[in-house]
Design a protein. Sequence first.
Length: 444
Amino acid sequence: MKLGLGFAPSEAPGHRVTPLIVCWFSFLSWNLPFSIYTNIKTNKGINIMHKCIYTKEEFESASKEHILQNFLGPKWVSKEIVSNSAQEIFGKEIDLAFSKPFEFIRNQIDAKTSRGRDAPTIKKLRGDDSSVIDLRPRGKPEYAEPKIVTTELENGRTSVQVLCADPSMLPWAYKKFIEMFPNSGVTQEDFLSNYKQKSGLMNESFPVNISFGGKDYFRGAMKSVFNLLGINDKELALQEIFDPVRNFILKGVGESHEFVSWPKETASRLPTLSDFSHLIAVYSNGTSVEGFMRLYGCIEHLFKLTDEYDGEPFCYSFLVDPLRLSSTCEIRNSVEVTTLSLPSFDSGTNLPNESTWAFYRSAIQNFGIAVSKYNLTLDFLKKIKEKLKESGMSDQDSAGICDGFKPILFQKLREINDQNQSEISSFIIDYLASVTMHKQMPQG
């Protein structure tokens, strides 16, 4: 099942490109591994063995498994819940399927992986007049192919403008030019001699297609929730009541509607660490065991792991700020995340409807607002760092001040109007005065 959304944010000429967003949300199923360990006595001492929460195979050691996938930026890992054989399966299949739809979101905010790998570049988008554009991290567009713009002049002549990302494209651009104007008489030497290098703002619009869903996508999503159960209660995760969800994640057995429902409204009573923070939770009221996921502050999923649980209520959670904007970037089992604050699986709908459309439309729009504020924050910080260095402050001190100011400035910009330049300037000046007065600024 898929849900499609489309928006085209307006863009004033000369401003940084904000691409048209076309979002396709599709929801399917998933499988996850968890492990417990057992002490086995041998003649040489005690070997600690673990049991994989997915395959139930025993193993002595394994590579680190991220509780929430690496591409989402968390640090929490375990060597005890997922065997290497299960990790290999997940890495080739469902982890890739789960990460793919988030490439555009990660690109917009330059969200790196937990291992420091850069956000992806979105390649070969089709822009105005068949322009081909690459979208670099932080949504920075550049031409992936030379663009030739022609204008008919009143005297019957034709003006030709050639746009390239860098000089290495000029031979390619000349080839395209000759294909368009074979009788122009312009040689490659003439063509190259007219080249002038300058930077400018690109005034283009282009669609970006995002597809959230598919069976492998939801298997990957559920894996993180089941991992969370396994790291907190391995014995419970290995019980037979979780075999259906285990087989769904590991082998793709079953259908997504058995495990996934569509949210109809935002879970507003849950804590966040920033506008882009993640939250996963697994919880029970004593009967069913359910799961919740919110990624980048906007994409939410509801899960059901089993209806056959008969035990004590519990709630495990994991909060992550992938951009490290807050002083506390990860919280495990927050006291603010409770079974009362989390939505139930049945609060969602089995099939998408108008309320589902409204929910995702609002979520993506709010994400777009947060992105614009975040980019504005980074632009201000770049200028602030340059000014501090000009005043004689060291690179280390200026970088430290900007790193500390980032979450404060971001939050302030979320509270005030972008156009209120005097208030923004006063806030920045007051903050810098309070922190730089303690620094020894070299004279001269």
